[in-house]
Design a protein around this ligand. Structure first.
Ligand SMILES: [Zn+2]
Length: 318
């Protein structure tokens, strides 16, 4: 199977969102990636004239914990199937009084407090440092904000999402400390998902749906699975409403910086690329290192787009 080049909108469904209704020409694609298996097959279909690729993040039936997620395979598969945008639908706890349960948040920053996750496609002889200063695509976030506002829900644009390892919720001490750091919402899945989306040059934005006040709130009852699930179901309906509105608003060409994020990120001298790693990363590297003819042909037939206009900038870091 060859990578698809017709642009698609990727949607990663979080807790409670395992299927996307309303798609036509639906086919489920099982993708094997160089990084193993994604959470589930991808549901590929059409909606409002757009190609849409849906992945239930935890698998249908919710079988995979946040720590067990193969984030690399999930993002790789989306890119392989032609996704240019990724909308991450995510259940979160609110860390601010003003963000009430059932409110929608479109974060613009992340804080990675995970501990056991592989967070890069690179390594094994090829080193890249992708910028994460602005981890969210501003154009996609704006489209999400507009669509979210149309639903009548309360929408907060911007804010920091702290990603904890889970699967347990926080202790009160942890929750208080995170609040002291100034974060806005807390979840378990957007890291390293956002990092990998950047490495894959995908436009990434999160629609975070608040289910509860985590455990810090003195007058709200402590977060319980029951409360979370009740609000989760309401939020899933809202998320679907937002998706129905945002998908028709997204169309190529992308005018943001996202499609060129890797241009200056690879620091390794291409002459020293280990052939196996170079082949493995063909989906990401072919467009920047097309002259790599002495190497065995890449496994993928990715269409060559603009080659790098200058050699990678050396940017030592540690
Ligand atoms: Zn973008």
């Amino acid at each position: 199977m060859k990578p698809r080049s017709d642009p698609a909108i990727g949607v990663i469904g979080g807790s409670g969102l395992y299927e996307l209704e309303g798609l036509t020409d639906v086919k489920w694609h099982t993708v094997r990636t160089p990084f193993g298996s994604p959470s589930d097959a991808y549901c590929v279909g059409r909606f409002a004239g757009r190609r849409v690729i849906f992945l239930p993040r935890h698998g249908r039936g919710h079988r995979v914990t946040p720590s067990e997620l193969n984030f690399r395979a999930n993002i790789w598969g989306l890119r392989f199937l032609g996704a240019q945008w990724v909308i991450s639908i995510s259940a979160v706890g609110s860390m601010k009084e003003a963000i009430r349960p059932l409110d929608l948040v479109i974060p613009d920053q992340f804080f990675d407090a995970t501990r056991h996750r592989v967070s890069s496609f690179f390594g094994a002889g090829i080193v890249a440092h992708v910028g994460m200063a602005e981890p969210v695509c501003p154009d996609l976030a704006t489209a999400l904000e507009k669509a979210a506002n149309q639903t009548g829900a309360t929408v907060h644009r911007g804010g920091t999402y702290i990603c904890i390892e889970g699967p347990q919720f926080s202790t009160k001490a942890e929750s208080r400390i995170y609040r002291g750091w100034g974060v806005d919402v807390i979840g378990m899945t957007n890291m390293p998902e956002a990092k990998l989306a950047r490495e894959a040059e995908l436009c990434y934005a999160t629609l975070a749906l608040a289910t509860d006040y985590d455990v810090w709130h003195e007058t709200h009852e402590t977060v319980s699975v029951e409360t979370v699930i009740q609000n989760l179901l309401k939020n899933v309906a809202t998320a679907k409403d937002v998706l129905r509105r945002v998908i028709p608003a997204i169309a190529p060409p992308r005018e943001c910086q996202c499609p060129g994020l890797l241009r200056n990120a690879v620091i390794t001298n291409p002459k020293t690329f280990p052939p196996a790693t170079r082949r493995k990363l063909g989906l990401l590297l072919d467009k920047y290192f097309p002259g790599d003819r002495s190497r065995p042909a890449p496994v993928s037939g990715h269409p060559r787009s603009k080659p790098a206009s200058r050699p990678p900038r050396q940017k030592p870091r540690g």
